[in-house]
Design a binder for this molecule. Structure first.
Ligand code: A3D
Length: 313
């Protein structure tokens, strides 16, 4: 049966998600936004693009949650994005309020959906979304690690002059300035990265990866990255819908894994037809552990700030 995919937020990422999902024919698409005309306009434009290629996808734009009922997958980008000079954490209060409403509506209309959150600050918003929606933790997951890893991979491919597909890499931790690119878990054509690149160069690339979002905001001025974030969200949705059981770095609920309890953070997980089916625990060196723990501390601190805003979290 045709799957139903709802995109809550029809802004830059929401529109790109709809386009990519239609090209891949993953399912019928409901593009939802409080700005109804924006959702309707983008849905109509993308629907017309499907007749160019003869794609078999239905799209609608709406501001009514009734139209989203019984979705199989929901991808959430509702909220505000960063402007130049802002950190992801600056978005917290505004986006928490938005996500409360979204979470409650998701619970009411699509309690069986697999829900992917992209709204920033990611780790806290996905945690809040799980609480507000009451959906099981394996059905609520955050997109960040795939994007951060893709940036790391791209910069390495440019430096080493090898195709991106020959590089395997990983970025863990929270989606912020303390994220942890993992050079020791990176291979290029199966070879260890440390044999191929000078330490100083690698450090520059790690720093550029951590600031990858800000670099794009500085160019765009009016918004933040959306093509790569959307591509990353689609990879997660596809792994769920087709039961691909891919191992992907995502913001997942930790219940003791990596020594962390009751918190969302970026770790490798297996995504298949049951949602997040497994958290993969990889061995971390002492230095990696230290950096990961620092990143977890930043997530915990921001969670405390969120609790000061809404004590029910
Ligand atoms: P933008 O183009 O502003 O789209 C956001 C949309 O949300 C707008 O069309 C709003 O009308 C809509 N919206 C606001 N409130 C609601 C609501 N209550 N219900 C439904 N829709 C609503 O932003 P964007 O698409 O560029 O970014 C969306 C979010 O993703 C932001 O919070 C970004 O910071 C975040 N983001 C995350 C990553 C990660 O890697 C995690 C990367 C890039 C952007």
């Amino acid at each position: 049966m045709t799957k139903k995919i709802t995109l809550i937020g029809a802004g830059q990422i929401g529109g790109t998600l709809a386009h990519l999902i239609s090209i891949k024919e993953l399912g019928d698409i409901v593009l939802f936004d409080v700005a109804e005309d924006l959702a309707k306009g983008k849905a109509l434009d993308i629907a017309q693009s499907t007749s160019v290629d003869g794609l078999n996808v239905n799209l609608i734009g709406t501001s009514s949650y009734k139209d989203t009922e019984n979705s199989d997958v929901i991808i959430i980008t509702a909220g505000v994005a960063r402007k130049p000079g802002m950190t992801r954490d600056d978005l917290l209060a505004t986006n928490l309020k938005i996500i409360k409403k979204v979470g409650e509506e998701v619970k009411r209309t699509s309690p069986n959906a697999f829900v992917i959150c992209i709204t920033n600050p990611l780790d806290i918003i996905v945690m809040a979304l799980q609480k507000y929606s009451g959906l099981p933790t394996n059905k609520v997951v955050g997109m960040a690690g795939i994007l951060d890893s893709s940036r790391f991979k791209y910069f390495l491919s440019q430096e080493l002059k090898v195709p991106v597909k020959n590089i395997e890499t990983l970025v863990l931790g929270g989606h912020g300035d303390t994220m942890v690119p993992m050079p020791n878990h990176t291979t290029v054509n199966g070879k260890s990265l440390s044999d191929l690149i000078k330490k100083e160069k690698l450090e520059l690339i790690i720093d550029r990866t951590r600031k990858g979002g800000a670099e794009i905001i500085k160019f765009l001025q009016k918004g933040s990255a959306f093509y790569a974030p959307a591509a990353s969200g689609v990879e997660m949705a596809e792994s769920y819908l087709k039961d691909l059981k891919k191992t992907l770095p995502c913001a997942a609920y930790l219940n003791g894994e990596y020594g962390v309890k009751h918190l969302y953070a970026g770790v490798p997980v297996v995504i298949g037809k049951n949602g997040v089916e497994k958290v993969i625990e990889i061995n971390l060196s002492n230095e990696e552990k230290e950096q990961f723990n620092l990143s977890i501390k930043a997530v915990k601190d921001l969670y405390q700030t969120a609790k000061n805003i809404d004590k029910n979290l």
